[in-house]
Structures are given as C-alpha cells and as structure tokens.
Design a protein around this ligand. Structure first.
Ligand SMILES: Nc1ncnc2c1ncn2[C@@H]1O[C@H](COP(=O)(O)OP(=O)(O)OP(=O)(O)O)[C@@H](O)[C@H]1O
Length: 305
C-alpha cells in the first residue's frame, strides 16, 4: 500500500507512520521577493513539534501540478502550497471537487488568496494552521474552463502580468509597481461586448478573492464561499486619474470611482474582435480565444486554514 514507505527523515527519529492526512508541502523556490529557505523552515517546524510531513520543491513551472497529482494518486489528501498565488493555482487546480484538503504557507509576493482567507503572513503561524486550522470550503472560478482561485482577467492587468514574467524582473511588490508605471501611460483601452452590451474597458477582473494581493482590493466585496464571482470593470479614464485609482484600489474603495462598474454573478461573457491575452492568478496566458467565459464553481475546494 501507498503509506508503507517512510519518506521523510524525521520518521527515523519519531516512529510516526505516514497517513492519508499527512500534509504534502509543495514549495515554489522562486516565489516571493524575500529569500526564505522554505524547506528548512518547514523541517524545523515539523521537528520542533514532532509532526510528519512530506516536503517537495518544484524544479520548473507546472511541476507543482505533477507533484500534487502524483501524491494524490498515492493516497495523500492534504496538500500545502508554499509560495504565492501561482503556486496556489498549480496545487489547488489538482484538488478541485475531490475529498482532499488544501492549505497555504504564504511565501509569495502578493499572496492574494491567503490574505483573503486571513491566513497569517507569518510562516510559522501559517504552519500551525496547517495542523490545527479549521476545515472550510471555498468556491473557485473558471475562465474559459481554466481554474483560478484568486483573480483572473483581461486588459491592463494581463498586460502587466506578461511584462512582469517576460521582462526578466525580480519578484516582489516594488518591481511590480515599476512594471505598472512603465506600461500605464501608453496602454490603450479594449473594445468588447460584455454580457451582450458594447463595452470599452481598461481592465476587466473576475474575482473569486477580494484582492490581487498585497491588499490591492480590486473586488472589495468578493466573498469566497458565496457561490458567485465579482466582476470589476475599470473603464477608460484620464491618465491623471491613475493616482486616484491607485488610492481607491489600496483603500478598498474602488467601487466609489465613477470609472468603475461592479457586478456580481455566476457567469459573465466577454467577446472581442481578436484573441485576447488573459491573466490567471497573476500569470499571463497567451491569447487563445476571442470569447471569454468566466464562471463560478461553488464550494469546489476544501480547506484547512
Ligand atoms: N521551480 C520553479 N521554477 C520556475 N517557476 C516556477 C517554479 N515553480 C513554480 N513556478 C512558477 O512561478 C510563478 C510564480 O509563483 P508564485 O505566483 O507562487 O509567486 P509570486 O509571483 O512571487 O507570488 P504572488 O503570485 O502571490 O504574487 C508561477 O507562475 C509558478 O507557476
């Protein structure tokens, strides 16, 4: 049977057998701006508390998906993403509508989902939640059938996600702000048909969580288990207004802007004249469709937080 092996070193010290509820930690070593030795941190926590865990580190993009799938097939039912929203997406996308539980150690740059779930930003406190947290459940979003857990969308945010990923930038908030500022003044709006109505937009965000990360509240009223997606449309606005928009975003008041439309629903459509760049949980996806369909999948992910 699957659990007959004792993979983790501590098993030699503490005679505890692995079980299906032994957490599998999936570390993204490139996540986050701070250089944290996540593996050492987790090993020390497990050792100090005489707990068991399996620790894996990804070696390339999408490796988190492969590792999660492998351990799920071996019978494990508790997975922990160690990183940011991209890592969350890789791990949690393999657990949708299964009996497995999901937790997060927020060691990314923005940590949008972890912040919305109020998971402590202190890694040791977050580790404690992995073992002693409450069971819960959340909705997930689908954008053209691709799962997202925090936010997904088109327009300026997707443009920035691509510039950030392809521009050889270090991770972290300040480098992201540089990318935003360098693209903001030249960015043109997009023409579309939003839910059968013509709409010119700067960005359209479908939000499962209430923020992009770093407490940038793009959908301040989003609730993770309300069976709905929130949708924030930022319309064409004068460039001088960018400062105001930034303030409203960071203060959770974006709905007060006269350039913002805010919707809540279970499904949205957005048609364009050509295939359009998207972002999913902050990672860009090359254009593959001119027609965007965003939907919610209610209560599809089990949590321990
Ligand atoms: N070993 C790896 N090497 C390169 N890329 C990886 C590796 N493991 C995961 N990735 C990718 O790294 C990207 C960034 O990860 P993640 O989003 O977790 O960190 P972040 O961008 O710093 O945090 P946040 O999304 O919260 O701002 C994701 O696209 C993920 O798929």
């Amino acid at each position: 049977m699957v659990f007959s092996f004792l993979q983790f070193n501590f098993s030699q010290i503490y005679p505890i057998k692995l079980s299906s509820q032994t957490p599998v930690f999936i570390i993204n070593p490139i996540a986050g701006a701070k250089k944290v030795n996540s593996k050492k941190l987790i090993e020390e926590f497990l050792s100090n508390n005489k707990l068991m865990g399996i620790i894996e580190t990804t070696t390339e993009k999408n490796h988190g998906k492969t590792l999660t799938k492998k351990y799920f097939e071996e019978g494990f039912r508790h997975f922990v993403a160690v990183g940011g929203d991209g890592t969350v997406n890789e791990v949690a996308s393999q657990l949708i509508n299964t009996e497995a539980y999901f937790s997060i150690i927020p060691l990314g740059s923005g940590n949008g989902l972890a912040r919305t779930l109020k998971i402590p930003m202190n890694p040791n406190e977050a580790l404690d939640k992995v073992f002693n947290g409450k069971k819960s459940v959340m909705d997930i979003g689908l954008i053209n059938d691709l799962p997202f857990f925090c936010t997904a969308g088109v327009g300026f945010d997707a443009h920035c996600a691509k510039q950030f990923a392809t521009g050889n930038h270090s991770r972290g908030l300040w480098n992201y702000i540089k990318v935003i500022l360098s693209g903001y003044f030249s960015y043109q709006t997009n023409q579309s048909i939003f839910c059968e109505q013509p709409k010119e937009y700067f960005s359209v965000t479908f939000a499962n969580a209430n923020q992009f990360g770093n407490n940038a509240y793009i959908a301040p009223d989003a609730v993770l288990d309300d069976n709905q997606l929130d949708c924030t449309i930022i319309e064409k606005h004068p460039k001088w207004y960018g400062m105001v928009m930034g303030y409203l975003l960071m203060s959770g008041k974006i709905r007060q802007s006269s350039y913002v439309e805010y919707y809540r629903g279970t499904e949205f459509s957005l048609r364009h004249n050509e295939k359009i760049l998207m972002h999913i949980d902050g990672d860009y996806v090359e254009p593959f469709s001119d027609n965007i369909i965003a939907q919610t999948l209610p209560h599809a992910l089990k949590l321990i937080i």
